[in-house]
Design a protein. Sequence first.
Length: 462
Amino acid sequence: MMRLFSLVRSLTLPALIGAVLFGTAVLCCGQETPPAESEEPKETVSSERPDPKKGYGQLLHPSVQERLGLSDEQKHEVQQLMIERARALAETKVDEVEAQDKIVAESDVKLEALLTPEQKRIWPKVFEPVGLHAIFKDQPWEQCLRWIADKVGKQLSMQAPPPGTLTYTSPGEISPADLLDQINGRLLAIGYTLVNNDNSLILLNLKRDRIAPEFLPRVDRNTIDKHGNFEFVAYTLPLEYRDAAVVKQMIQPFQGLYCKVLDLPGNSLLIIDTVINIKTLEKIAMSVANPIPKKEEKPAPPPAPPESKWGSYVIENSDPENVQEILKNFMNVTGHKEGNVLYYYVPEDQQNNIKVIVDMLEKGSDGQPKPTLETYSMEGLTDTSPYSLYRKAVMQAYGYYTDASENFGTAVVDLIKKLAPAAAVAPNQVSNKLVVFATPEDHAKIQEMFEKLQSGSSPEFT
């Protein structure tokens, strides 16, 4: 309906009122002249109509008024209501769709109220699809087009009729839609077409007039078969992953004389052409390679940080403040002290390290060698080192076997824990060092291992 509003707004108010009052073409020239009586096409039954729920504006059409048996008073009221509708629509902007729909809906309610109960009962039957039998013998195009528009219940809009005459006989009974398609096929041959626009038929001179997409029916794969082969439509063709430039190059030789191809967002094309041509163009377009891109695998989200919990440690044989200081230097954690009890809110693995250190300090205070903090550099022992050499020569000598894919730093930590089970080890990735809290005896073992790893020589044990 919006396409028709664009046309309505371009007219002066007198032209609008004239079109509504007399039911003539909005842009037609001259008066309607019925076909000669001897040559008038025959109608076997009433013609097809649009959905009555959306078509109370067609009460203005003489053929509809005749079938419903409207009185002169009803006809006058219909004319007045349609004039009000035309004025209201003319005052709206083209993009004010909701306002336009509201105007039409309110007008339809008033138009329906004019009908008697019997006329309301007959109303749906006026729109039942039926067949026509048309015979034209050298009749002027204007007469033929007006007769066809009347039979399909639409207003005819044209600036000037095609030159010449039409000779055509329908093959028996034919539906109004098929009749329109047959006539459009003959019009196309002389450079004209009838655009089926809502409640009107618009005659376009294809050699002169621009085919505006907004005046054409917008169709897609689900609706194109509802239109005739020779009807001009605006067809949305989704290309999926096809290259639009390649598709346009492929279909160009097969386009109709008046075809237009426009780019749409989302890698789609808008093709303006006859339905029969569009179906051919779509088959060619779909033959173009459609490379489906590989789905990018999203990296796994980082693991959630370990959950922290409170842990309490009773210090009986050591100075609690000294233990706090050691833990701070070793693990970079600060706890809370109450008397001789230390409290730490850290993840479980750090709680285990705290327990190891506290246990070592408590035992060391009982006449045993006191554990100390030492740092060991991982320089030269990165993943770029010849890890296979270390794994075979050093790790196996210490009785440690690991997968070559394992991070070497992790392997070194595991080996230290194997050599000194009571030691606490904390890697510092920023400084590329290991902080180890262990007894002097364990430190000696660890120091020897690091010297062998860094020298690259194989260890020898007796």
